[in-house]
Design a protein around this ligand. Structure first.
Ligand code: NAD
Length: 532
């Protein structure tokens, strides 16, 4: 059955509003602000000018768009309803595009269903358990808490389903048409969608591919995914907490699962190939996190590699090489977390000549492939594979398709590892900064000297700020500590807006807060931290 696609809404561009925009330009003000309550109304126009020369021109691309009205089933068709896809779909609809999103699974993709959200739901169960165990330190006496793992899993599932249905609601509110099925490009702006109910061909002026990534497999004997060897997907559907766990890969996923299961009672060993956990992170911060995790009881082998695994009753014997020699460990379960690979197979990209590199779709700064009508965003375009980066990429793609000069800027994207304490970063590591600038200034401030952290009982970790001495440019900020993933936002705004170290220092920070540690670390780049 063919899904009914709503007709193009009547042209909502109000001439009065345009006049108001022109007036604002004359006054030297932002034409898109205040007077224009809905950006969508102005989206198809380039409004620019100076006091002496005011132009309000219809963008040529938009002229084409209007001329082509009705020729296609949609202005933008998005394949995939994960962070890049659903965010892009809503943004496109805000800009007045008739938008279709094709999704074969639940909305929300990996992030909502088997990634960011369910892991965080479980993480806070583990943290609550930990807090209860340490209640005595706060003067509260409680007995040994009892753990109901299936109740934790049910709570996680409830949060996921609430958020997934929330996206369905946002689609309805924004009039995004959701089509269930598997999409394949068929050339000439056509997409074929296959579903149980049959096949249909849809046409769209622009197509945005947001098909995500899947866990990389370990092609070594005994590591086939099954009952005892899990990817993050299986680890989120566990029926019981394994007594012992070996995690291959000390990256984002490996560490988050190591942390959750260890806190819930598993004996956890991590085997990481590179000399440090989180190989892309600042080495000092990664090493500091490694020490904290080791103190909590997680055994970490860096510079080590698994060789093969053999079946034993109720588990696996894993053989691995470490700098200290060869080892074998019997564990109930193994989690393989050695990266993710873009999912672009089966989309028909080769037939159309869309350029890829080992599955990753190649795009320009507007998220446009070598075929101008086709865009791609999210994990399918490769690293950094982060949900918030996917959001930004999805928005850039549809804004550009709608005639805006939107482009992606990767200079200030934050990343965060949700262990406890968390590690969050933005900008360059110390090694990268040194390689680029030679002379750099590094400031540090530990949470042990922060009053709020002491009250929270969370004094482990530090903030590290890196700047260059000439202009005081902030090059990188790394936070290992409580709520680091929230605290990093001030550094993101500072770096994205090229704030200087003096501006960061000069901004009055609230007290008592954890954010003081960021300001103090910035002061410390000049050797002028107050509470150090
Ligand atoms: P990753 O690239 O972060 O880590 C994989 C790790 O496995 C690396 O440290 C690598 O050196 C190691 N490794 C590779 N082969 C190995 C081997 N044979 N033996 C031992 N170690 C080996 O990948 P991931 O943790 O699987 O995460 C995948 C993607 O998902 C990443 O791009 C990440 O950014 C994203 N992600 C982000 C978050 C977050 O933002 N909090 C959480 C989870 C995942």
């Amino acid at each position: 059955m063919r899904v009914q696609i709503p007709p193009r809404p009547p042209n909502r561009i109000d001439p009065m509003r345009l006049e108001a925009a022109v007036h604002r330009i004359r006054l030297g003000r932002n034409p898109r602000a205040a007077v224009i309550p809905s950006l969508a109304e102005l989206a198809p126009f380039d409004v620019a000018g100076t006091e002496t020369k005011v132009q309000v021109t219809l963008h040529t691309k938009v002229q084409d768009m209007i001329a082509e009205a009705g020729r296609y089933d949609a202005d933008i068709l998005i394949i995939g309803g994960g962070p890049a896809g659903y965010y892009g779909a809503i943004r496109a609809a805000q800009l007045g595009a008739r938008t279709i999103c094709v999704e074969k699974g639940p909305l929300g993709g990996v992030c909502l269903n088997v990634g960011c959200i369910p892991t965080k739901a479980l993480l806070y169960c583990a943290e609550t358990l930990d807090a209860i165990r340490h209640a005595g330190e706060f003067g509260i006496k409680v007995g040994e808490p009892k753990l109901d793992f299936m109740a934790m899993m049910a709570r996680k599932d409830k949060i996921v389903s609430q958020l997934v249905s929330g996206i369905g609601g946002l689609f309805k509110k924004n009039k995004v048409t959701l089509i269930r099925g598997t999409a394949k490009l068929a050339g000439g702006n056509k997409v074929i969608v296959s579903a149980d109910s049959g096949e249909q061909t849809l046409t769209a002026r622009n197509i945005l591919i947001c098909t995500g990534a899947e866990p990389a497999v370990l092609r070594l004997p005994g590591f086939e995914i099954g009952e005892n060897v899990w990817t993050s997907n299986e680890a989120l559907e566990a029926k019981a907490i394994p007594k012992s766990l070996l995690v291959v890969g000390g990256g984002f996923i490996g560490l988050e699962f190591s942390y959750i299961y260890q806190r819930l009672g598993a004996d956890v060993t991590v085997v990481e190939l590179m000399p440090q956990i989180l190989p892309a992170a600042d080495t000092e911060m990664a090493n500091e996190l490694e020490k904290i995790l080791a103190r909590k009881g997680i055994k970490i082998h860096t510079g080590s590699s698994v060789v093969f695994a053999e079946d034993i009753p109720n588990g696996k014997r894993v053989h691995f090489k470490t700098p200290e020699g060869d080892k074998a460990l019997d564990v109930e379960r193994v989690i393989v977390a050695v990266g993710r690979v873009p999912q672009s197979a089966g989309l028909g990209l080769e037939d159309l000549g869309v350029k890829t590199d080992r599955g990753k779709i190649l795009v320009n700064e507007h998220m446009q492939t070598n075929i101008p009508a086709i865009y791609a965003a999210g994990d399918v375009v490769g690293e950094p594979m982060l949900a918030h980066v996917a959001w930004a990429e999805g928005a850039v793609a549809v804004e550009h398709a709608m005639g805006r000069p939107s482009s992606i800027d990767y200079r200030a994207f934050p990343s965060g590892v949700y262990t406890w304490p968390e590690l969050a970063s933005v900008g360059m590591t110390e090694a990268q900064a040194k390689a680029k600038y030679r002379d750099i200034l590094v400031g540090r401030f530990t949470f042990a000297h922060n009053g709020k952290a002491m009250g929270l009982g969370e004094t482990q970790g530090l903030v590290k700020v890196i700047s260059e001495p000439r202009y005081g440019e902030i090059l990188g900020v790394h936070i290992l500590g409580p709520n680091a993933t929230d605290l990093i936002t001030e550094a993101v705004i500072a770096i994205a807006n090229e704030a200087t170290i003096d501006e960061l220092i000069g901004a009055i920070h609230p007290h008592p807060t954890l954010s003081e540690a960021v300001q103090e670390a910035a002061m410390d780049t000049r050797g002028e931290a107050i509470h150090k």
